[in-house]
Design a protein around this ligand. Structure first.
Ligand code: ZN
Length: 196
């Protein structure tokens, strides 16, 4: 079932999400929520979705970056962003347990803030631990764009939208992004960052 995505301003996006027990994550309710979140993410389409975005304050995120999404994008920018396909990944109770100290700025969007983008500084590599949908412990080492998606989605579980972390003044419309910024690399983004 495709779920309604909650939009910025909805209190559910500002709350701390609850840690799930192994018994809870195996319940029919959660199994069907995960399936619906996958359907919802693919319908938009997007690369990540957190449970609060569909109105549930529980620690659950999904990520999927399909090869077909990457095909439409600038190849040299994908390389610079270390963006590669990510197969469907469901993480329950995700936690960033380690990150490197290098941060990078890129434009980011969110299904709960449709029509806009902004520069957000993120670690370029993180290690995330959590459980998969069967309750098995997982550890993910992610770098580049995958690391960015994970940080963005995990922030949702603390009630934080990217707008609380964005570079002030870098908030732009999707149209402006598509026209002037979609192909721009890190050097141009730095000039922009310093100018706003
Ligand atoms: Zn988001």
């Amino acid at each position: 079932m495709i779920l309604k995505t909650r939009q910025a301003g909805d209190p559910v996006l500002r709350q701390l999400s609850k840690v799930m027990s192994t018994a809870e994550l195996k319940s029919d309710k959660i199994k069907s929520l995960i399936d619906s979140m996958i359907e919802t993410l693919r319908d938009h389409p997007g690369v990540g979705l957190a449970a609060p975005q569909v109105g549930e304050n529980i620690q659950l995120i999904i990520v999927e970056d399909l090869p077909k999404y990457l095909k439409k994008l600038n190849k040299s920018l994908l390389k610079e962003q270390c963006r590669e396909p990510v197969e469907l990944t469901v993480i329950i109770n995700p936690k960033i347990v380690k990150h490197n100290n290098s941060k990078v700025d890129y434009f980011e969007g969110c299904l709960s803030v449709p029509g806009y983008r902004a520069l957000v500084e993120r670690y370029d590599a993180v290690m995330v631990e959590g459980l998969d949908r069967n309750g098995k412990r997982i550890q993910i080492e992610a770098s580049g764009w995958y690391a960015r998606i994970l940080q963005h989605e995990i922030d949702h579980l603390s009630g934080r939208l990217y707008v609380t972390k964005m570079v002030p003044g870098s908030f732009i419309s999707e149209k402006e992004y598509a026209t002037n910024w979609a192909d721009k690399g890190i050097k141009d983004l730095k000039v922009f960052r310093d100018s706003v």
